[in-house]
Design a protein around this ligand. Structure first.
Ligand code: ZN
Length: 483
């Protein structure tokens, strides 16, 4: 049964209401429906990625698309934008507002996802034909590149800090979220006869003092806050020594004549690594070996970073002002074609090889692992969380043998992990962001976290500040009335 907090009054016809349509007591599929009575807006529309919730991706839109005035996007991660192409196929014609950087990044992310869905469907069809069986659902891609073609003309880029009107009684503005390029906190102003309510969606919040991007904006005014809680029950280890860890790993491996193979996420992590490598080269802390960025998607995203300098923090801006490239260095090689990718393995010179995917589940990283995982002088260096069951997790967990491209390979390379590179705010950072509010919000809703994580943070906020906190259930509706 849904838990209804007594502080949240029942719905009234004339008040604004909010419905939770994803990332409720789980992490993916972010989607919220804000209805002021005069204006209807969807905030994010992401893919569900946890196995038990995948069916929700195929359900018809839970909100009537013909009456929707707008979609507002917090950022371009697939669990926040990945159902938009399906909405367009189902009849969405309303504008989709995003920051200027997100408006471009969303196209890269959705085209990559469409490609994966199309390939997966083709592979499954072939397998079903071969095995003479049919699955419970027809095998079709969740969406295609054509759907993305139809979606993109609806996307409107809006600069950070510029108010935009969504309807008679509703305006919004984007603030920095510090999570990925273009990521935003969305602050809505809902006009009522008695005054204006501020409804704030945190989106995904980054840690403070990360490289490249500005820190999350601290807001002082909010009547209702919808906040992520991915790490609501955890504190990250310090990130101050990321560069020392990276330098030590490279010096050690290159010193014995091996390659450092880094499974890399295309958005943000790849660019952060290049930022750190650029500083290490400049300070002569690592030898001048070639560094390959072997991922067309990561290269495309890096180009966006170069174009959207409005997202840079002061330190990165200063690097640009000194005439240097924050994400570039002389030994960086951008690898675009599969032939160039294969040629890396012909070189006898030690190198750093960054390739996608970050958890080794697909992509060019697999063939680099085939060539390096069995060599004791090499290193596989992980820089992000590895989900249970993935090839990355198997290597990180110390499996003596792993299956890659259908063949078993002995793991003889050194396996290491860099701690402290997280894209999400931890519990102290989430509390820091909330503590900027000058008065308690009338309601705090915690979303985008495993149930235990969201509930732990809710407890903490109640104990510490005695605020009204709700961890909503999927499809729960709450009234945002001004009394
Ligand atoms: Zn995200």
């Amino acid at each position: 049964m849904p838990q209804i907090n007594a502080c949240f009054v029942p719905m009234q016809d004339d008040g604004a209401r909010l419905q939770f349509l994803g990332a409720n007591r789980q992490v993916t599929g972010s989607r919220h429906y804000l209805d002021t009575g005069r204006c209807r807006v969807l905030v994010d529309c992401g893919q569900f990625q946890e196995r038990p919730y995948l069916d929700r991706n195929w359900e018809p839109s839970p909100v009537p698309l013909e009456s929707l005035d707008a979609v507002v996007l917090t950022h371009a991660h697939i669990d926040h934008c990945g159902l938009l192409p399906r909405l367009v196929r189902q009849g969405l014609r309303a504008p989709i507002y995003a920051t200027e950087a997100s408006a471009e990044l969303v196209e890269i992310v959705l085209r990559d996802s469409a490609h994966i869905h199309e390939e997966d469907a083709a592979f499954k069809q072939k397998r079903h034909r071969k095995e003479g069986r049919t699955g419970p659902h027809p095998v079709v891609p969740l969406f295609t590149n054509d759907d993305v073609d139809r979606l993109m003309p609806l996307v409107r880029g809006v600069p950070y800090g510029r108010r935009f009107r969504l309807g008679q009684d509703l305006e919004a503005v984007f603030h920095d979220a510090g999570h990925i390029l273009g990521s935003a906190i969305v602050e809505f102003s809902v006009r009522r006869p008695a005054g204006t309510d501020h409804v704030v969606f945190s989106g995904d919040l980054g840690q403070w003092d990360r490289p490249i991007l500005r820190d999350p904006t601290l807001l002082e005014e909010a009547d209702y806050v919808i906040m992520e809680s991915t790490y609501g029950d955890r504190e990250h280890t310090s990130r101050e020594d990321v560069e020392s860890q990276l330098a030590a790993a490279i010096v050690r491996t290159v010193g014995r004549g091996g390659n450092v193979v880094i499974p890399t996420f295309a958005i943000e992590r790849a660019q952060e690594l290049m930022y750190h490598l650029s500083r290490l080269f400049e300070q002569h802390r690592i030898p001048r070996v070639p560094v390959y960025l072997d991922s067309p998607m990561a290269i495309a995203v890096t180009r966006l970073f170069d174009r959207h300098r409005e997202c840079y923090d002061e330190i990165t801006q200063e690097i640009v002002n000194r005439g240097r490239q924050p994400l570039g260095f002389p030994s960086l090689r951008l690898v675009r074609t599969p032939e160039e990718s294969k040629a890396i393995n012909d070189s006898k010179m030690p190198a750093v090889i960054m390739a996608t995917s970050g958890m080794c589940t697909a992509g060019r990283i697999k063939h680099h692992l085939v060539h390096n995982v069995g060599r004791p002088e090499c290193m596989v260096l992980f820089t992000g969380f590895q989900v249970r069951g993935t090839l990355g997790r198997q290597i990180l967990d110390g499996n003596p043998e792993v299956r890659i491209h259908g063949r078993m390979h002995r793991v003889r390379a050194e396996v290491a992990e860099i701690q402290g590179l997280s894209g999400h705010a931890d519990r102290p950072a989430l509390l820091r962001w909330l503590s900027a509010l000058r008065r308690p919000p009338r309601g705090l809703f915690l979303v985008h976290g495993e149930e235990s994580s969201s509930l732990a943070l809710a407890d903490q906020v109640r104990r510490q500040w005695n605020w009204n906190v709700l961890v909503p259930h999927y499809q729960q509706v709450v009234a945002l009335n001004g009394t």
